[in-house]
Design a protein around this ligand. Sequence first.
Ligand code: IMP
Ligand code: MG
Length: 175
Amino acid sequence: MLFDGPAIHKRLDEMAVQITTDYANSEVTVIAILTGSLMFMSDLLRRIPLPLKLDCLSVDSYHGKAQSSGEVTFEQLDVLDVAGRDVLILDDILDTGRTLAAVRTKLAMAKPRSIRVCVLLNKRKRRAIELVADYIGFEIDDEFIVGYGLDFMQRYRNLPYVGVLKKELLEQPNR
Ligand code: IMP
Ligand code: MG
C-alpha cells in the first residue's frame, strides 16, 4: 500500500481548495479521462463547491495489453465543444505523458480559453513527452500502481487505496 483511503481524501481536500480558489471567477469545464479517473473525479468534484460543466473522454493506449503501446486512441471522434472555456483535464496518473499530451492537443483544436491538467499521481521519471501537470496529488516512483480507479488488465480499480502491483502479477498476467 502506498496511500490509504484517508490519506487520499486528505490530499483531495487540499487540491479541491486550490482548484476552488483558482476557478472562483470562471465556470470551469472539467474533462475527465476514463476509466482510471472515475474515483478521483467523483471524490474530487464533490469537494469543489463551484458551478462547473463535466464531460468525459474515453482514451486507450493499452489496447487490452499489459503495457502501454504508446499509441493513444479516442473513442469519440468529435472534438468537444470547449471554445472559449476554461478547461481542466483530470486523469488518474501522468506516466509517459503521451495520453495527456494527445488529449491536450485534441482539446486545443477547439480553442478553449485555458487548459490545465490535474492528476492524482505523477511518475516524473517516466516522462517521454514534456508535460507539466498544474495540480498533482502525489509524486510516485517508477512502479506499477493499482487501486482507486487504476487497473492492471481492468482489475483492482475498486480497491479503496493505491498500492504497488506485485511483480509476479506484472510478469505473468492471468486473464
Ligand atoms: P501515459 O500516456 O504513459 O502518461 O499513461 C497514462 C495512462 O496509462 C494512465 O491514464 C493510466 O491509465 C495508464 N497507466 C500509466 N501508469 C500506470 C500504472 O502504474 N498503473 C495503472 N495504469 C497506469
Ligand atoms: Mg487510464
